[in-house]
Ligand binder design. Sequence first.
Ligand SMILES: NC(=O)C1=CN([C@@H]2O[C@H](COP(=O)(O)OP(=O)(O)OC[C@H]3O[C@@H](n4cnc5c(N)ncnc54)[C@H](OP(=O)(O)O)[C@@H]3O)[C@@H](O)[C@H]2O)C=CC1
Ligand SMILES: O=C(CO)COP(=O)(O)O
Length: 341
Amino acid sequence: MTQLKETAAVLGGGSFGTAVASILAENGHQVRLWVRDPETAAAINKDRENSRYLPGTVLPDGVEASEDLIHCLSGATLVFMAIPSKAFIDVLRQARDHVAAGTMVVSCTKGIAADGFLLMSQLLAREWPHTQVGVLSGPNLAREIVEKKFAGTVIASTHPELCTRVQHALSCPYFRVYDSSDPYGVELGGALKNIYAIATGMADALDVGDNTRAFLITRSLAEISRFSARMGANPMTFLGLAGVGDLIVTCSSNLSRNYQVGYLVGQGNTVEQAVASLGQTAEGVNTVKLVAERARSEGIYMPLATGLYDILFHQRPIIDVVTALMQGDHNHDVDFMTGLS
Ligand SMILES: NC(=O)C1=CN([C@@H]2O[C@H](COP(=O)(O)OP(=O)(O)OC[C@H]3O[C@@H](n4cnc5c(N)ncnc54)[C@H](OP(=O)(O)O)[C@@H]3O)[C@@H](O)[C@H]2O)C=CC1
Ligand SMILES: O=C(CO)COP(=O)(O)O
């Protein structure tokens, strides 16, 4: 069967946008990568490298970088959004009139918008109602993807035909794409795990034991599932790549920027110092604020997220949070699917 060749636009030329663009180009699709800075676009095209975000990686010839948003979107059959959540809505508004009706749009962004506690697919549905929307999420560290290390991901949408198109567009010998019909759960998993990657990075900087790390990651999953079930997502989704899978990689890899922020805070830096020294996106810093506030206002028991929020933004000593966690009321192990919470 002849494979459909897509005209793809990837908006956002940071680490992940560049990784997605590389796979698409290697699969023979036409790819335009939108970056806002003309010098960056010119350097990517000339050097075949994104030297700020993925230094040392040769980009396939099929990736054309451009600062011209209209050019990137012209004739696009598939659009991938890899813009950090804090800038997502601005880019949607800049681009709105240049996206054709019926275009398939996939968010790769793992964050939550402060405005209305909306996920990116919800912003897309609101701002670009003439498109079909999906979300891509899973254990997908950009650096490992461009190094062609085997990885799996999830494309989730209420439009099955979008899932099929994205599976064809992105699947290759080192990247396997599973589908899901629960975009909300898949997207929440990707956003929430960043909180716990910060917590685990912090714990590792404090040289906790292996039991402690397993304890922390497992209770993180309990919190993610409890919160998501209350928000209306299917808790079973968190057993998949976009839940457990992404939680494991982000909480255990020092390639994760959220983990790195946590590690720096665990070493005694403030969260502002940690973010400044990272110089890249760590979505969890904003997400923990939104989720902790939401958990408190809705009465959802999330001691890890609220404890982390207090450490990062209210200078609460780490030891106080840990002591409170260890000495809290006796509790159930798995509660979120059994109605025990
Ligand atoms: N990196 C990874 O391994 C993965 C990341 N993700 C998710 O992808 C999203 C993007 O992350 P990632 O690529 O890593 O981020 P990076 O920090 O690597 O890059 C951010 C990119 O967004 C651009 N950008 C920032 N603000 C704006 C704006 N206002 N208008 C236009 N462009 C803007 C930056 O441009 P400039 O350089 O000009 O500032 C840069 O190209 C995040 O939500 C992240 O969670 C998902 C899976 C894996
Ligand atoms: O989402 C990721 C891996 O799946 C990347 O995590 P970081 O944003 O923490 O680097």
